[in-house]
Design a protein around this ligand. Structure first.
Ligand code: NI
Length: 157
């Protein structure tokens, strides 16, 4: 496995739309392994392939330590409720903002073995799933922020 470089805000790769994965090749499974290692090193909750320079519809989330979810070609199939919480992004260091997200989502995706599965997320997991899937369409969290935190508020976090 390898630690990958995380693309930072301002790089146009973060604004591109990712292509679906058609075949799960060894290159894709190695990418998933490397993304996991990169996420752990960065102490993040989620990471999307474009954040490591790969324009494919792949992301990972880990809201509870050890409960990593790998999603290939994820799609939100249901959403309900609303939450407004503080969010940040490994590609946007030092910035935090309050986003409006659904409280619950259902996401359909494919795993690394090619099996389709469904994950239901609530609270932080719902937010993380929405955030990472947004990355696959070139959307960054602050595009959806109700307001950004001030430097004083960040200092208190
Ligand atoms: Ni992000």
């Amino acid at each position: 496995m390898a630690i990958l470089n995380i693309v930072k805000d301002g790089d146009e790769i973060l604004r591109r739309k990712c292509r679906p994965v058609e075949n799960i090749t060894p290159r894709i499974t190695r990418l998933l392994d490397d993304m996991k290692e990169t996420l752990h090193k960065a102490n993040g909750v989620g990471l999307a392939a474009p954040q490591v320079g790969v324009l494919r519809r792949i992301c990972i989330v880990e809201c509870e330590p050890g409960e990593l979810i790998e999603l290939i070609n994820p799609e939100i199939t249901e959403m309900s409720g609303e939450q407004q919480e503080v969010e940040g992004c490994l590609s946007v260091p030092g910035k935090w903002g309050v986003t409006k997200r659904p409280e619950k989502v259902t996401v359909k995706a494919t795993d690394r073995h090619g099996n389709s599965f469904t994950v239901e997320g609530e609270g932080l997991l719902a937010r993380a799933l929405c955030h990472e899937i947004d990355h696959l369409d070139g959307i960054i969290f602050y595009d959806k922020c109700v307001r950004m935190l001030s430097p004083e508020e960040i200092g208190e976090e």
